[in-house]
Ligand binder design. Structure first.
Ligand SMILES: NC(=O)c1ccc[n+]([C@@H]2O[C@H](COP(=O)([O-])OP(=O)(O)OC[C@H]3O[C@@H](n4cnc5c(N)ncnc54)[C@H](O)[C@@H]3O)[C@@H](O)[C@H]2O)c1
Ligand SMILES: [Zn+2]
Length: 243
């Protein structure tokens, strides 16, 4: 049980596991491979330089696979706690699927960007909503650059392996942790604890003396850093945790 009172702030980190029950496979489910390519190869700047068409085919498939996918009881349980806590709640997600927003979460920080947005690789136009699943072999080009007589590839607005997280996102987490002080509580859900800096958040909380909970289908590598473990599917465990 995660009991919260008026002295508590809750920081939540979610990973691919919270969306598994909505039908989106986690990377490790697929053995970390897509059509024989390692996911790190496809989701990286080097992979995009090498073969932008392959990378766009991968993300176009991810976009198409979101058709008809809806949030599950795990996403909804987090909306309910946020309604109780208001500004004493912050949800940090590594997911790019947008399901927390679709469920109704408002204080969400998408650490790794988002699938349904693209940006230009050359000009500084703002990232824009883009739900297009491009046809295989099509390399989407920037219309703004084209009007200026230049050819520039678009890319998904995602933070790839080897890229840095937006400084503003980390600053917002730091500000929340400072504001929480000794009342900080931390909950990680459906994340393997392998991808940094997200995997290190639990240690930041520990250093501040905050209690931490982990909800995951299996024991992850950093399980020992948490005070409480609840093993099981997030869609079943989360509603009980806050009951
Ligand atoms: N839905 C998405 O947006 C999505 C999907 C796949 C990968 N990714 C990206 O992959 C990277 C991988 O890191 P990660 O830690 O998020 O994912 P991961 O695939 O490394 O780990 C997922 C974890 O969730 C657990 N899990 C699986 N089903 C679960 C369930 N029903 N309930 C609770 N836990 C469950 C697994 O045991 C595993 O430990 C992230 O950067 C993320 O951006 C995102
Ligand atoms: Zn451009």
């Amino acid at each position: 049980m995660l009991n919260l009172d008026a002295s508590n702030h809750l920081l939540v980190l979610t990973g691919a596991g919270i969306s598994a029950e909505s039908g989106i496979p986690t990377f490790r489910d697929a053995g970390g491979l897509w059509e024989g390519n390692s996911v790190e190869d496809v989701a990286s700047p080097a992979g995009f330089l090498r073969d932008p068409l392959l990378v766009w085919r991968f993300y176009s498939e991810r976009r198409a696979a979101m058709e008809g996918v809806t949030p599950n009881a795990g996403h909804r349980a987090l909306v309910d706690v946020e309604r109780q806590l208001g500004d004493r709640f912050l949800l940090v997600t590594q997911n790019i699927d947008g399901l927390h927003g679709a469920a109704g979460s408002e204080r969400v920080l998408e650490l790794h960007g988002t699938l349904m947005r693209s940006r230009c690789t050359v000009c500084d136009r703002a990232p824009f909503e883009d739900r297009t699943a491009y046809r295989a072999g099509v390399a989407p080009m920037c219309g703004v650059c084209r009007r200026a007589g230049k050819d520039a590839l678009l890319r998904p607005d995602i933070v790839w392996f080897g890229e840095t997280i937006a400084a503003g996102a980390l600053a917002r987490i730091a500000e929340f942790v400072d504001r929480a002080g000794a009342g900080l509580r931390y909950l990680a859900v459906g994340t393997s604890g392998l991808v940094y800096p997200a995997a290190g958040l639990v240690d930041v909380v520990r250093a501040r003396g905050g209690r931490s909970w982990l909800v995951n289908a299996e024991r992850p590598v950093n399980a020992g850093s948490f005070d409480e473990l609840a093993l099981g599917p997030a869609g079943q465990v989360l509603p009980q945790l806050f009951a």
